[in-house]
Design a protein around this ligand. Sequence first.
Ligand SMILES: Cc1cc2nc3c(=O)[nH]c(=O)nc-3n(C[C@H](O)[C@H](O)[C@H](O)COP(=O)(O)O)c2cc1C
Length: 441
Amino acid sequence: MKQDFEPKPGRQMRLGVFVQTPGHHVGGWRHPDATVEGWPNLGLMQHIAATAERGKFDMFFLGDGFATGYGEHPSTIGKFEPLTLLAALAMGTKKLGLAATASTTYAEPYHVARGFASLDHISGGRVGWNVVTTAYAKSSAVFGRQHPPHAERYAMAEEFVEACRLLWDSWDDDAFIGDKKAGQFVRPGSLHIPDFRGKYFTIEGALNVPRSPQGHPVLIQAGSSGPGQALAARIADVVFTAQNDLGEAQAFYAGMKAQLLEQGRGADEALVMPGVMPVVGRTEREACEIFAELNRNIDTAQAFTVLSERLGADMSVHPLDGPVPDIPETEHLKSRAALLLQMARRENLTLRELFHRVAAARGHLLPIGTPVQIADVLERWFRDGAADGFNVMPPFFPRQFDDFVKLVVPILQERGLFRADYTGATLRDHLGLARKRIAAR
Ligand SMILES: Cc1cc2nc3c(=O)[nH]c(=O)nc-3n(C[C@H](O)[C@H](O)[C@H](O)COP(=O)(O)O)c2cc1C
């Protein structure tokens, strides 16, 4: 595919592990090798972080949302609050990047800016924030508010991020001098009180956290609609996306890079990392058996909930073995619904077949095979202009992630596609991104 920019020679892929325990696959938790005891199980999280660091991963990523209930995906029913968990994991890891979702629709910029700045200090500069607008209306229940429409959520997100950036720049880098002789704890003139007046947020005070090691945490953006991509082009260091077709992934990648250039940014200033659910087996047959077993463990009633949620309409009223009906665009997650409907049309899927795909990987890339076959898919997408790296989404934890690190990572390393060791200290270092400097005041 033609691109307006040249990838750097010797470029290597980035890898994150998208941690949704007990597993991304709806039936993953029922696999004999999935851990489900002692929920939410800190030991399991520590094991995954240690495994990711042994595998030289760029980051450990925790998604987040607010809804719970019987029919929810097992990974969302009961879980840790992300920032407190990352603080615990920061103490047991040295190099691994630690990223989490925080919503711009259901939070205050001050709380989010403070939490991530503090974590950046605690971890020595290893933190990333996945900026999401929270797609699902049901998230509003615990806040007692109306769920804002899509366009308004993105307008709020633009202001939210701007406010956070100003808060992070409240203090100069060299503000906290602790000069005992002169009696100056902070350097005079080093405080710059933000004055931000938006439609949704107003900030007239400074952040009481010194400027953090990375300047700003790494900013990740995960919405792929038009407004989502526009926000990413302006603010993101990393773009998470769901893609399952090489051609469409290439088009998304090229489009994202073009928008970066339009914003006056470099094409490699934001890294595109599609999600991938690798089902790894020692043999192709074993991988297929693992996948078949996972699919046998899907509860149809639960998968209907997941499918309805992803498409933004009640799917249980349609026959499972009939064609996928036309569904008008909704106010929820526009890009993912469009991706799933496109996949259904392209592959002529029935509703049952589509729901199996959604229950498995929610529309993300789903390679099933030997370590070499999985590595081949990742290499192809990486080399052919579809990805700068991948957000690995194991179908269940810990076994499938252990196997990915033990069996697939060494192949990527042998091929020179992935680092043999860390060369820097911060998440920005791992990603090849510069420390965030304070914009001219
Ligand atoms: C890898 C990945 C991770 C995501 N993590 C979250 C999350 O933790 N919480 C959330 O509310 N949305 C999450 N999303 C969803 C996006 O933020 C967004 O709502 C969705 O992709 C729809 O985007 P759109 O509204 O721009 O179409 C994630 C998306 C991707 C691709």
